[in-house]
Design a protein around this ligand. Structure first.
Ligand SMILES: NC(=O)c1ccc[n+]([C@@H]2O[C@H](COP(=O)([O-])OP(=O)(O)OC[C@H]3O[C@@H](n4cnc5c(N)ncnc54)[C@H](OP(=O)(O)O)[C@@H]3O)[C@@H](O)[C@H]2O)c1
Length: 359
């Protein structure tokens, strides 16, 4: 059996990582691809969920690379051998899976085609967890219209005041992608961040940025969103998802109330009843059943279909520059460099940067 290098959990339960070997995931099942990994991106879930992993589990979710082999029963439209693709797998859970490896096995409908003008590192940063969570929030949870392949999104041509979309933590990876997708869907995007990121976030198309450390930020966002006589903030994302951030995000909503998505389960009490608060878990888009946070998640066909629709348009938007990757921090060292990258993420010192490594 051919072996490959991979970052594995050492446990049980896992407290550390090690460079190891596991079999190249062959043979492929119907509808699957084997991808030679060229770059990976790191996410908070990669280090947070290490204690959930058993000895020998594959670590890592986001990958970009080249199709090495196609499984049986794939249609002609599926990526061909040699094509450039990106996506994510459920890391830290299975011995046969994990993106921090030389190869990953993935269903063909769960990758998007990476255009030639997009480096693998940038593609991995969209991935992946960041871009897919944003797509899940904006299109599946909040129901904003998904751009269609080959159709100009036309977000700038909408006349009259646009509905407001708030992103609490606009500098976060998911926040940056959600802001761009909400703008493409015709919303007026207002976000919070540290002042040094204001100009960068405006360059991504958000209309206004506010300092989340300013206690007056929620009132300022609400006033700004309602200034032109529109409905104000009607939906949004709390990408921090602690009780304090969720309450502040709720305060920004206009007189109609609306719908706010959190990235972690948050129990908010005493909040406005006209703002629905709901959490999301990106792994459901992979379509398989799994267990997380002591909760069972059933196989979710609808989420998987929706994300594969998104993946059919994602590459086009990225290639045209309509969806821009996060600012990259490219670390050296390949697979053995990942542990240092996870420590950097864990330190909380990064600001509006995505850690990526070439493999
Ligand atoms: N439910 C899911 O499926 C799912 C999916 C993806 C991520 N997540 C979770 O969502 C969170 C965000 O993940 P990510 O990868 O997007 O984050 P990230 O890129 O690591 O976020 C870093 C940014 O967070 C901002 N930040 C830190 N503390 C803040 C605060 N109190 N208020 C506002 N902004 C703050 C900082 O902004 P400044 O630099 O401007 O200060 C920093 O740039 C993590 O907890 C992650 O585990 C959940």
């Amino acid at each position: 059996m051919s072996m490959m290098r991979a970052v594995l959990a050492t446990g049980p339960p896992a407290r550390a990582l090690r460079m190891g070997e596991r079999p190249i995931p062959l043979p492929l099942r119907p509808g699957e691809l084997l991808v030679r990994v060229k770059a990976v991106a790191l996410n908070p879930t990669d280090w947070r969920n290490i204690p959930l992993a058993q000895e020998g589990c594959g670590i890592g979710c986001d990958f970009a690379g080249v199709v090495e082999e196609r499984g049986p029963q794939l249609r002609g439209t599926a990526p061909a051998q040699g094509d450039r693709v990106a996506g994510f797998v459920h890391g830290n859970l299975y011995k046969h899976q994990g993106a921090f490896a030389e190869y990953v096995r993935t269903p063909a409908d769960l990758v998007w085609s990476v255009p030639p003008n997009v480096p693998f590192t940038a593609a991995a940063s969209i991935g992946g967890i960041g871009g897919s969570t944003a797509a899940q929030v904006v299109f599946m949870k909040l129901g904003l219209p998904m751009p269609k392949p080959g159709v100009h999104t036309g977000s700038e041509s909408t006349s009259g005041p646009k509905p407001g979309f708030v992103v609490w933590s606009g500098a976060s990876s998911v926040g940056q992608y959600a802001s761009q997708l909400a703008r493409l869907a015709g919303h007026n995007v207002l976000v919070t961040a540290s002042p040094e990121n204001f100009d960068y976030l405006k360059s991504l198309g958000v209309s206004a940025v506010f300092d989340y450390r300013d206690p007056d930020a929620p009132a300022q966002i609400r006033a700004t969103a309602e200034r032109e006589g529109g409905p104000g903030v009607v939906c949004g994302l709390d990408a921090v998802s602690a009780e304090g951030s969720t309450l502040k995000a709720i305060e920004t909503f206009g007189p109609r109330g609306g719908h706010l998505i959190t990235l972690l389960p948050v129990n908010v009490t005493g909040a406005r009843q006209d703002v629905k608060v709901e959490s999301t878990v990106v792994y459901t888009v992979l379509g398989d059943a799994f267990r997380l946070w002591n909760k069972q998640f059933d196989a979710n066909v609808a989420d998987r279909e929706a994300i594969s629709r998104w993946y059919r348009v994602c590459g086009e938007l990225v290639g045209k520059g309509d969806l821009r990757p996060n600012r990259l921090r490219v670390l050296p060292g390949g697979l053995p460099g990942i542990e240092a990258g996870l420590e950097l993420l864990k330190s909380g010192t990064l600001s509006a940067e995505k850690v990526v490594l070439e493999i």
